[in-house]
Design a protein around this ligand. Structure first.
Ligand SMILES: *[C@@H]1O[C@H](CO)[C@@H](O)[C@H](O)[C@H]1NC(C)=O
Ligand SMILES: *[C@@H]1O[C@H](CO)[C@@H](O)[C@H](O)[C@H]1NC(C)=O
Ligand SMILES: *[C@@H]1O[C@H](CO)[C@@H](O)[C@H](O)[C@H]1NC(C)=O
Ligand SMILES: *[C@@H]1O[C@H](CO)[C@@H](O)[C@H](O)[C@H]1NC(C)=O
Ligand SMILES: *[C@@H]1O[C@H](CO)[C@@H](O)[C@H](O)[C@H]1NC(C)=O
Length: 649
């Protein structure tokens, strides 16, 4: 169980780049839209009037666009006037200079919806965000330069940041408060390699002068932006205030006194008031009681402080987007966070407790809160085994094997996520069980090992550095390497996905590898016929191991199934579903949409969230499961089950 830091964190400095109007006299009753910091009165000033914000975090990258409006409206109805959000760089620039701001990545649409809903925005523009997001939001392609020093003055790093900011900032500009939009502050977070007191928070909060420098550089690419921001940049240095993160249940007054000690003037802000906590695979689901959250929130608001609740709506790490902490511990697919709105956007008791507290301090909007969306349990869907991954390799390896003496890494082959197969030959006879080991912990992150197609075991970073294998000289040794999510901060952030530092068979180093990069693309998954097999014909089931279900044996394989969705609640188009996995570990797609990783064998998360908008009501929906260890499909008929309640613990 990850422990929350015990002491109250040192107050942490960050800059707020207030994007303000021109007025210096904050109390002139300007009609123009302004947002300022008044140091004499220790408060924010919005349109000439003292202002404090009550905010909640939501990450658009963790909620499908289809639900944005619903979630924002629920936040507004709780009494929030502001949201805090990140812009994850790697979500938008997946290859250098190739940008995606469409669909679920439509940042401008999200900002517009926030404004339409009546919410202000505190924007954390990156380039680095942390946030339990793959590589803290930095694109993995930065690692193409092996020696790059991320989040430093490394020239290549800065050039990439400038390029990105030159793309991002002009999109943000129309949404700045003084331009008629919702964004009251833009926070930039870049440099900080060193550990400070509160390791989780500081990464989210620290902003540096150098980041302003890069901001200026990038804005110089756009003259109009430059002139518009110059004034704000001046203020940037002025508008330096201290921010606080402290733990639920701590002494709120004492925490703010510490903030005052570090920064005698300026508004009191707690920009990371935790409503819950993050999870890791293999640890219990974090839960924070609503009473303690309500009590602390009440104390914060009573002091007149501004607050942001992290998270208000956690959402989902779909696909491969989860991050990891060190010693290596990846985050699960659900980012529920035990937040007041659940992963599926459901209203919780905590939501109503928070609304009651806010009510004591300001008017909350009247009218009904949008109801929790109905869920529908489709029940069991029959699945059929299609074949093992190595049998299917030619279908999804987008280039032929790349041969090298030492293993190449993912980035060298322009593959950033998912799986890569490394193949070599056993250099010696291993007819007795012989150790296959990675003594320097170089398997990043898990390797599923087979010899001539026979499963041998799993090597795992920081967990399992040696297994015994058997096979004869020259037998085909396959290591299927899985990227389980890049480390989000600290000294291991240059997280190359690779078999690193050599793998040995009883003291003999392994080399001469063929690497098969893979892209399990939507095109393949949308229509199982493309696989060249029919999911209906099934496959010969393995009879071995039937009795020993507790044994972990990697039989990496694909299973397919399809089902007809229908509209359970006419005239609604259908709704959320959960899928219950009785499998061990792997990845699931429905109609090509990557729902994320499932790993009930390790927990705590058992079900995956299935957003309804990915389902078709007119043609059969196709489910593809890549099972990495052992599924019931290896032994006979099998199914996946859709249920209407999440199981996260
Ligand atoms: C944002 O909302 C305000 C009203 O709250 C409105 O005056 C303004 O025009 C809106 N801006 C945009 C960009 O829609
Ligand atoms: C909280 O801290 C303040 C200031 O240090 C102190 O006066 C107060 O007694 C503390 N409250 C509790 C319940 O410990
Ligand atoms: C491993 O190597 C040692 C000597 O280096 C040898 O004594 C031992 O028998 C080997 N083990 C196996 C299983 O081959
Ligand atoms: C490998 O086999 C040896 C000898 O049979 C045994 O001592 C050792 O514990 C085994 N190692 C693992 C990781 O199973
Ligand atoms: C699922 O696959 C079938 C072919 O087996 C195809 O006809 C159908 O359109 C696919 N479903 C979706 C939603 O793409």
């Amino acid at each position: 169980m990850l422990k929350m830091p015990k002491q109250i964190a040192k107050p942490l400095m960050f800059e707020v780049l207030s994007v303000l109007g021109v007025s210096n006299n904050v109390f002139n009753l300007a009609v123009s839209r302004t947002f300022e910091i008044d140091y004499d009165h220790d408060c924010f000033v919005k349109d000439g009037k003292p202002f404090r914000y009550i905010s909640g975090s939501i990450h658009y990258s963790r909620v499908p666009r289809y639900y944005w409006k619903d979630r924002l409206l629920k936040m507004y109805m709780a009494g929030l006037d502001t949201i805090q959000m990140y812009v994850p760089w790697n979500f938008h620039e997946s290859q250098p200079k190739i940008y995606d701001f469409s669909g679920d990545r439509d940042l401008e649409h999200f900002l517009q919806l926030a404004n339409d809903t009546g919410l202000l925005v505190v924007l954390r523009a990156g380039p680095y965000i942390c946030g339990e997001w793959d590589m803290g939001g930095l694109p993995a392609w930065l690692l193409r330069k092996k020696s790059i020093v991320l989040r430093s003055s490394d020239q290549d790093y800065l050039a990439a940041v400038d390029q990105w900011m030159g793309e991002l900032l002009p999109r943000i500009k129309p949404f700045l408060y003084q331009n008629g939009g919702p964004i009251i502050t833009v926070q930039k977070l870049t440099f900080f390699g060193r550990r400070l007191g509160c390791q989780y928070c500081f990464l989210r909060l620290l902003f540096s002068v150098i980041s302003v420098h890069t901001f200026r550089q990038s804005s110089s690419k756009d003259e109009s932006l430059q002139s518009g921001l110059d004034e704000s940049l001046e203020k940037c240095y002025e508008a330096l205030y201290f921010c606080l993160c402290f733990l639920i249940g701590g002494n709120v007054t004492a925490a703010f006194l510490t903030q005052r000690y570090a920064e005698p003037k300026g508004p009191l802000v707690n920009s990371e008031f935790y409503t819950g906590w993050l999870d890791h695979w293999g640890q219990a689901h974090s839960v924070v009681g609503k009473a303690i959250v309500a009590k602390s929130l009440n104390e914060i608001l009573a002091l007149g402080a501004s607050v942001n609740m992290y998270m208000f709506e956690g959402g989902t790490n779909f696909g491969y987007w989860n991050g990891a902490n060190t010693p290596y511990a990846p985050q699960p697919t659900s980012y529920d966070y035990d937040a007041p709105l659940s992963e599926a956007g459901d209203l919780t008791d905590k939501y109503f407790a928070i609304r009651e507290i806010i009510k004591k301090h300001k008017k909350v909007p009247l009218g009904p809160v949008p109801p929790t969306t109905p869920k529908f349990a489709y029940g069991k869907v029959e699945m059929n085994k299609l074949g093992t991954l190595s049998e299917m390799l030619n279908k999804f390896s987008f280039t032929g094997p790349v041969k090298s003496v030492y293993p190449v890494n993912f980035v060298q082959l322009n593959q950033y996520f998912g799986f890569m197969l490394y193949r070599t030959k056993l250099p010696k006879d291993c007819s007795k069980p012989t150790p296959l080991s990675s003594p320097l912990n170089g398997v990043h992150d898990r390797a599923y090992v087979t010899v001539d197609g026979v499963p041998q075991g799993i090597l795992e970073r920081d967990k399992s550095l040696s297994i015994n294998i058997t096979g004869t000289t020259g037998a085909q040794l396959d290591l299927l390497l899985e990227n389980m999510g890049r480390v989000t901060f600290g000294r291991y952030i240059n997280d190359f996905k690779i078999l690193e530092c050599s793998v040995f068979i009883n003291h003999t180093i392994l080399n001469y590898f063929s690497a098969f990069p893979s892209k399990i693309t939507s095109a393949l998954l949308f229509n199982p016929l493309v696989w060249g097999g029919s999911s209906q014909t099934g496959h010969s089931f393995r009879s071995a191991h039937t009795s020993d279900l507790s044994e972990v044996c990697p039989l990496v394989s694909f299973v397919l199934g399809s089902f007809l969705a229908f509209s359970p609640f006419p005239p609604l188009p259908g709704d959320d579903f959960k899928m219950c996995e009785i499998y061990s570990q792997g990845q699931v797609w429905i109609n090509g949409f990557n729902l994320g990783r499932y790993w009930p064998a390790r927990g705590p998360q058992i079900t995956l969230f299935v957003p309804e908008h990915i389902l078709s009501t007119s043609v059969p929906n196709n489910i593809t499961v890549l099972e990495l260890q052992r599924s019931p499909c290896d032994f006979g008929p099998c199914a996946v089950e859709f249920v209407d309640k999440p199981i996260l613990n």
